[in-house]
Ligand binder design. Structure first.
Ligand SMILES: [Fe+2]
Ligand SMILES: [Fe+2]
Length: 278
């Protein structure tokens, strides 16, 4: 299976997921979501993978006219979140980017960023998008210090960026419309594995402090939690938060070694042989 952008689907009123499914050999399939909020001033949350830019733009256009987009909220600078940024900025001339100063600083060494199309937003700050307010927040787990998630006060949808993500063992599970439908015995270890790899600092975190961060998120009573790397959470937030409270004391997943990569490459040998035949 090659990576691909899936069919967009609704996750809350006026709120759509643009899913990308990214297979990782030996690991499974990682969902890679961007989102559209159909607010009075439409918002795109993250911009997908650059390698799939054309597919991403086509999926975006099936939900909203890019010319109508007013805001592009970047939860952080990672390439799976900003890959099609320049392409979207071209297609959406009225859109202003919402993100943190540090996220922009981390994008700039790779390519120019139009600072006249930027408005900074930090955790704790709010943005009025016409018919609702989006509140910036720092999710309990994150892989970039530049991260700013958001809470939509009209729908109650909480966009958690990388937090709550999970590599799922099969494409079917990655393509489940709701995280609630993934068997807990599959989801829990996958979320813990993701936490230990993506937020590797978590093994140095105080479990009580991390637990309080999850409690604070739960007290917001989100109607849905939209992770960038998991199907939408509608009813299993308590369970997912309880799972991740254990992340500081869970043995981290070991890094892939060269020997494992060699085995993986050997399993792809037929392609090499084909390529070598003249
Ligand atoms: Fe990330
Ligand atoms: Fe990510």
């Amino acid at each position: 299976m090659d990576p691909f952008v899936g069919e967009p689907y609704p996750a809350a009123p006026d709120t759509y997921v643009i899913p990308t499914y990214w297979p990782v050999p030996g690991v499974g399939v990682i969902p890679m979501n961007a989102f559209v909020i159909g607010s009075a001033e439409p918002v795109l949350v993250d911009t997908g993978a650059g390698a799939l830019g054309e597919q991403f733009l086509a999926a975006l256009e099936s939900i909203v006219r890019p010319a109508d987009l007013r805001w592009i909220w970047l939860t952080h600078e990672d390439r799976d979140h900003t890959g099609s940024l320049m392409r979207v900025l071209d297609a959406a001339p009225r859109a202003t980017v919402l993100t943190t100063f540090m996220a922009v600083g981390r994008i700039l060494p790779e390519h120019p960023f139009p600072l006249d199309r930027l408005r900074l937003v930090n955790p704790g700050e709010k943005v009025d998008v016409g018919d609702r307010t989006l509140a910036g927040l720092r999710p309990p787990l994150f892989d970039s210090p530049a991260t700013v998630g958001l809470f939509d006060d009209r729908t109650g949808a909480l966009f958690s960026s990388d937090c709550f993500g999970a590599p799922l063992p099969t494409a079917d599970l990655a393509m489940a419309p709701r995280a609630d439908d993934i068997p807990p015995e599959v989801l829990a270890p996958a979320q813990l594995a993701w936490a230990s790899v993506d937020s590797s600092w978590v093994t140095m975190a105080d479990p009580l402090v991390l637990g309080r961060a999850f409690d604070q998120l739960r007290r917001m009573q989100p109607s849905t939690v939209l992770s960038s790397h998991l199907p939408p959470i509608h009813h299993c937030l308590d369970r997912a938060a309880d799972t991740l409270r254990a992340a500081p004391t869970t043995p981290p997943v070991p890094a892939t070694t060269q020997a494992e990569l060699d085995v993986l490459l050997a399993s792809m040998e037929p392609h090499k042989e084909t390529a070598d035949v003249r």
